[in-house]
Design a protein around this ligand. Sequence first.
Ligand code: SF4
Length: 396
Amino acid sequence: MPAVNLLEFDREALTAWCAGLGEKPFRAQQLFRWIHQRGERDFTRMSDLARALRDKLASVAEVRAPTQVSEHRSADGTVKWLFDVGGGNVIETVFIPEEDRGTLCISSQAGCAVGCRFCSTGHQGFSRNLTTAEILGQLWHAEHALHGPLGLAAGERAITNVVMMGMGEPLQNYAALLPALRVMLDDHGYGLSRRRVTVSTSGMTRMIDRLREDCPVALAVSLHAATNALRDALVPLNRKHDLADLMQACHDYLARAPRDFITFEYCMLDGVNDSPEHARELIDLVHGRGGAAVAGLRVPCKINLIPFNPFPGSGLACSPRARVQDFAQQLRTAGLVTTIRKTRGDDIDAACGQLAGAVSDRTNVRVRLQRRREDPAQGVLAHRAAGAAVRAGAGE
Ligand code: SF4
């Protein structure tokens, strides 16, 4: 019988599994702390467990994170790991150190089926959902790989924040995501506060509702456009969950959210979504005005503008710096808290939107992308991008 990977369990599930071995709940708690707080995978070294239990665990269980393929360190301190999750799939995980925090960006799927137009993961297609052990294994591996080199004392954490913003749409893998989030928040696990764990979604509204009820952590939404016509072209999921639906879900989420705002991510694409008119549409949307909004429904938010990181075949370019600044200023003038994301780790292809890994695509993504390029909604996008290229050539 294959060994049971204990990274698959939150504490409740581990307690139930240990009960099946005839062990009391406090034994499960000890085991859980060994695994997640001390990063121990060798049962023989779990010194406060009875010898008989250690022997039993060694014969039926394991603590197995995905296999590290490589580790790259950027000049700015960013670290990127590639992990082999089998079947020709390699996923990516990125650590971003800042003065007052260390953030780990975790993948939830091998590839992604959503296929956002500007995302290099989306262009690779989709292979499969990651298991809880593969999601949590990224955190387990990174925390213990960083702890020693950073010279941290026992009990100190290298990773203070987690963002589910790596490869994949986390809310399309909800069953595996939920136990992983619970372990991150568990005081006997990683002990992160709900404010320091962020799930980023492209807008799966019914799953946002479920997350609100089950485990309301901080929420970020990949918005990128404030009209349905443009968002349909950039984020295909919008055709199913339109902006009115999304704004309602975001508004309702705040009733249980650990922060009093939603973060809206907005990737700045040259000539596509970066004009003063687009900024005005965005202001209207979050203030509950205009055609795409729910009339009168304001969504308290922060806007995070992300300079687009080009990748081969995207056919898109990043907005010029001055236009990003102007766009931000227009939002700020309208009273919206707005940040421009600093690019980190671009010397190791670890910047936002560059995570690609390697994916054995089971979704025939190239055919779908071709179809979308021929779609009338994509025509709007292609036309705007072409217009931008022409204007850039004319020195605008
Ligand atoms: S932006 Fe997120 S949801 Fe969209 S394709 Fe990329 S990974 Fe998937």
